[in-house]
Ligand binder design. Structure first.
Ligand code: AMP
Ligand code: MG
Length: 372
């Protein structure tokens, strides 16, 4: 298949290309497109054949459900049943935007789209290109992130091309996305709203609207045997090709440890990479040292993280170290993705002691980072 490319911005939408893309989707084809979170790989959510094609193009396990993207709140009633009031409250507060809600599904949504679940994930994106495309398609686009399964989610079209060229009918290039990590997923099917995947919309923001909010145990407790309720969270994810380790603890010791390990790897002939912040960038030496942003603005780190992991692949970096980041606010989403990218390899260095752990999230960042 020859993939067609269309370039546009949110301010200058190419209406002809959007119309063509809408036709492709209606006929059961696939289109990759920008959203405010990451690029999506879209197909008609109500067509089981389209959903099968999405799984095939991504190489994604078919028990990992897709998110249905809408552009009119009232369309919810077509694809969901038993819609609670909190759905509308959260929609009012955060839609269009980077939040996904889980409801019980209607018969209109094929099992292929929901990975066999009786529930459906729904999102109303704010990106204007995404919005125009959903409208052109007729209202319901199933779209996971537009990467091959297991790889970091694309935040620029170049990496959609790398993963999907020749596998989809069209890729819409809308530049680098604004947020850089996937949407927050909130389950509304079991009473208390519960976060299944942390994202840009933080727990604190949700609590301000609906009061008490839970968080799926598997996100913060690495020792639990429970299965994550968002099936996708159980897979190895976001992974660069090389070996990534997160190092956290006392800042000075972290810097010394990363520099020492990097020097050892270099001596053994590896190509080395370090993920740090503006505050510590000039303290490191490696083949590639990348600042993800500043600790005073964790959203800046979310924006760059996936891009850096992809760039390391382009640069053939095979041994990588990353500083750990604060887990409050959007930091929870950043660390959730980083920990998965690192395959749970985490090292803590404090008071001369080095400990290895595989904890998903710990919530005990050293306060000294704020002074570093
Ligand atoms: P992606 O589209 O790549 O961002 O992944 C979609 C995420 O949404 C995966 O982690 C899925 O497991 C999750 N998801 C989609 N639908 C559901 C659902 N009905 N219940 C729980 N999680 C879901
Ligand atoms: Mg994904």
């Amino acid at each position: 298949m020859i993939t067609e490319y269309a370039v546009m911005t949110e301010d200058h939408i190419d209406e002809d290309a959007i119309r063509r893309a809408g036709e492709i989707l209606k006929k059961g084809g696939l289109v990759a497109f920008p959203t405010e979170t990451v690029y999506g790989l879209g197909g008609d959510a109500l067509n089981p054949e389209s959903s099968k094609k999405i799984y095939a193009a991504k190489g994604r396990p078919s028990d990992n459900p897709l998110i249905v993207h809408i552009c009119r709140l009232e369309d919810t009633e077509k694809i969901a049943r038993e819609i609670p009031d909190v759905y509308y409250k959260l929609a009012e507060a955060f839609w269009p935007g980077p939040m996904t809600m889980i409801l019980n599904k209607s018969d209109l949504v094929p099992n292929e789209t929901t990975g066999g679940l009786g529930t459906v994930a729904i999102r109303f994106p704010s990106n204007k290109i995404a919005h125009a495309l959903i409208e052109a398609e007729g209202g319901f686009i199933a779209a996971p992130s537009a990467n091959r399964s297991g790889r970091p989610s694309p935040t620029v079209a170049q990496y959609c091309r790398e993963d999907l060229d020749g596998r989809v009918e069209m890729i819409i290039d809308g530049g680098q996305v604004g947020i850089g990590v996937e949407s927050t997923i909130v389950d509304l099917t079991e009473g208390r709203p519960t976060i299944l995947r942390p994202g840009y919309i933080t727990m604190e923001m949700l609590e301000r609207v609906v009061g008490d909010v839970g968080i799926d145990k598997t996100i913060i407790d690495g020792t639990t045997a429970a299965r994550p309720k968002a099936p996708g969270m159980k897979y190895r994810h976001y992974a660069p090709k090389g070996d990534l380790t997160i190092v956290e603890g006392n800042p000075e010791e972290v810097i010394a440890y990363i520099n020492q390990k990097t020097a050892e790897a270099k001596a053994q002939g590896h190509r080395t990479g370090i993920i740090c912040t503006d505050e510590t960038r000039n303290r490191y030496s490696a083949d590639s040292v990348k600042s993800a942003g500043t600790r005073s603005d964790e959203a800046s780190i979310a924006h760059e993280l996936f891009l850096i992991l992809r760039e390391f692949d382009d640069e053939n970096i095979d041994i990588m170290y990353s500083e750990g980041f604060d887990e409050s606010g959007i930091g929870m989403a950043v660390m959730n993705r980083l920990i998965k990218a690192a395959g749970h390899q985490i090292v803590t260095v404090r008071d001369g002691k080095v400990t290895k752990s595989a904890m998903p999230l710990r919530r005990d960042i050293d306060p000294k980072w704020n002074e570093a």
